[in-house]
Design a protein around this ligand. Structure first.
Ligand code: ATP
Ligand code: MG
Length: 316
């Protein structure tokens, strides 16, 4: 049994065992389950150094197209807005980096850096099988924990044009944004914004549109990535659920890897499998088991312990 399958199976068993046992109102947190264990381990790809234009320092050893924009242009054109992040779920904005749940995101970050040593990895699509499994929660907190490291610059993109949430979670405006760019009415830098957290940039979803599948498939997302990727260490793309609609698999074509969120006690294993089948083994970077109550679950305690050990040994 592959480790991914094993993780899904355990999540399903845990779901069956603890169905309905979570106390209402109890906070639940993400566990980075099984990251970096897919075919990438078997077929490592050599990583080349990227050479950005405009004197932008690149901390990641990634091949990338030179951006037509310099860092100065990015900072000059990208407005700094007054975000009002949701304090309960945006874990890194309140200055308490020891808050519950933050360690799991540091571990996830560390795992991603490890995965990147083995294969080119900068543009990550975050998806899951079904709605409300924690894709936006994971994407936004992952972006935050990465920029907490000095000098790391992250672009977070809300590509869930059907049910955009990142602007709500971060307490900011939703447009101009991705849909405006995909329609050709805005350029790359005019759809980006930044808030109070240094080096965290956001492309919100943009104006509501009626044809999300057509827009995400029109090829302009790839162009957007090519034109801005050398300005960032990571680009994290939030997406709609992968089973009901095809957007996520289309969006993945513009990314280097897919991070699959599985909601503990909730995602049916057959749905998780179907979502997984939307992506090639090579694209799947790993799974995040979200919402584990690690104080009452043997399974998640096991993973939690294992990851803490791992993370202290090898934090990026
Ligand atoms: N681990 C967690 N701890 C606390 N709250 C969480 C956690 N994961 C998700 N949530 C909350 O659950 C709700 C649903 O999560 P989120 O919006 O991230 O799901 P989603 O998969 O992006 O949903 P959709 O498919 O509708 O876009 C949000 O209010 C989010 O803040
Ligand atoms: Mg979402």
């Amino acid at each position: 049994m592959s480790r991914i399958h094993e993780a899904l199976k355990k999540a399903e068993q845990e779901r069956a065992a603890t169905q309905g046992s979570a106390a209402p109102g109890q906070p639940v947190y993400a566990q980075p389950a099984d990251l970096g264990m897919t075919a990438m381990e078997e077929s490592p790809i050599a990583v080349a150094a990227g050479v950005p234009s405009g004197g932008v320092p690149l901390t990641s050893a990634m091949p990338s197209f030179a951006s037509p924009f310099s860092l100065d242009a990015l900072l000059a054109r990208c407005p700094q807005l007054q975000w009002k992040p949701d304090e309960k779920t945006m874990l890194f904005f309140n200055g308490d980096d020891t808050a519950r749940g933050t360690e799991e995101f540091r571990t996830l970050r560390s795992r991603l850096y490890h995965a990147r040593e083995k294969a080119p990895l900068k543009k990550i699509l975050v998806t899951s099988a079904l709605p409300k499994e924690g894709k936006s929660f994971t994407a936004s907190n992952l972006a935050q924990v990465i920029v907490k490291q000095h000098g790391r610059r992250v672009l977070l993109i809300d590509a869930d044009l059907r049910g955009p949430r990142l602007h709500i979670m971060l307490g900011t405006t939703s447009s101009p944004g991705l849909s405006d760019y995909l329609q050709g009415s805005s350029d790359e830098l005019s759809i980006m914004q930044r808030g109070p957290m240094e080096n965290l940039f956001l492309i919100p979803s943009g104006q509501q549109i009626s044809d999300p599948s057509e827009l995400v498939a029109n090829g302009r997302l790839k162009l957007l990535m090519q034109r801005v990727e050398s300005l960032f260490d990571w680009i994290i793309v939030d997406s709609p659920p992968a089973v009901p609609v095809s957007d996520a698999s289309v969006l993945a074509k513009a990314c280097d890897g897919v991070l699959m969120v599985v909601r503990s006690n909730s995602t049916p294993v057959d749905m998780a499998r179907r979502a997984r089948e939307e992506f090639s083994e090579q694209m799947l970077v790993g799974f995040v088991l979200n919402g584990t109550d690690f104080e009452s679950s043997t399974y998640s305690r096991y993973y939690y312990d294992a990851y803490v050990k791992n993370a202290t040994e090898s934090k990026s």
